[in-house]
Design a protein around this ligand. Sequence first.
Ligand code: M6R
Length: 371
Amino acid sequence: MESAEKGGYPHFMLKEIDEQPKALTDTLRPRIKINNNKSSIDFDDIKLDKSWVRSKRIVITACGTAYHAAVIGKYAFEHFARIHTEVDIASEYRYRNPICDKDDIFIVISQSGETADTLAAMRLAKKNGARILAITNTVGSTLSREADLVLYTRAGPEIAVASTKAFTTQMMCIYLLAIQFAYLRSLITEDVYTQYINDLLLIPDDVQKVLDEKEVVQKFAAGNFNKTKVFYMGRLFDYAVSMESALKLKEISYTHSEAFAAGELKHGTIALVDDTTLVVAFAAQQKLFDKIASNIREVTSRGAAALVITYNGVTRFDDICSEVIHVPQTPDVFSPLVSIVPAQLFAYYCSIQRGIDPDKPRNLAKSVTVE
Ligand code: M6R
């Protein structure tokens, strides 16, 4: 039964990584209307009335991978919609006596819609008067029933413990919301709005292009799966991608991995860098290319191997690292949707090389319904 459901794939995780172009299309396409060369977002499942759009503060909370989508949300809402956005881990939020205003929008992200800490954070915010917007993959889940508005990711069932297509579709929902808020708050013109939407419509094909070249990542994993320390670094959106990449690698390959904002390197982590370390640097924020290049030099000069994940056609990192993996270029703000894919594949192939079943990593459950 299980192997039939895997549709010829050795593992659900690889199948789900490969399903991302379709999952992204299913999440995005039905919500886009195109008329006379103008594109617009039309959420079929939620209505954002003026009171939502005028909110002064957004709080996003979640756990694990969904929390990393929340971090993307902070950057995206502040970048596009200029709304002050806080992000918090649900298990922290629920115990820290948070300040909550009835005008706040409280966004809760959860693939399963059943994560205990996430539900508790949502209930606390609701009790304090905030309006709840849920992003979930699961129709009929507790989260979907208790939230005021529900925006569904349409990723299809995610079976593997390591979240992949749920993450990319959560990010897609976040970007759609942030752009829609920007438009409804009159911060962008119709042309810019159309351009952003058209940029998003290209993303599923860009992800497919990365998947078509997965052997490059497989080969890199074959040479690096036995590293004992793997650090991921990046700045801004690349930092959020680093956090998700480190989580993916640790949960299914049991490799000690850590993510840090590249600017923090000198504030501590560099003490751990030596010739046994692999550092993966995300370089998809063009205005910060010089900064990340200097961070890469800092780690390689201490003997670390460095993999850089950057855009096609970018050659400036070639001479300062051990390996470059290229991905299609997108606007920098949307790059996480594409640049996470090689990191998902790297974690998957490291897991295989280490003889681990990536679908059933030790000590982990798909849905964490107890504290
Ligand atoms: O169902 P949820 O999205 O609420 O789950 C949250 C986390 O438990 C989940 O993302 C977990 O971190 C995954 N194993 C990550 O791959």
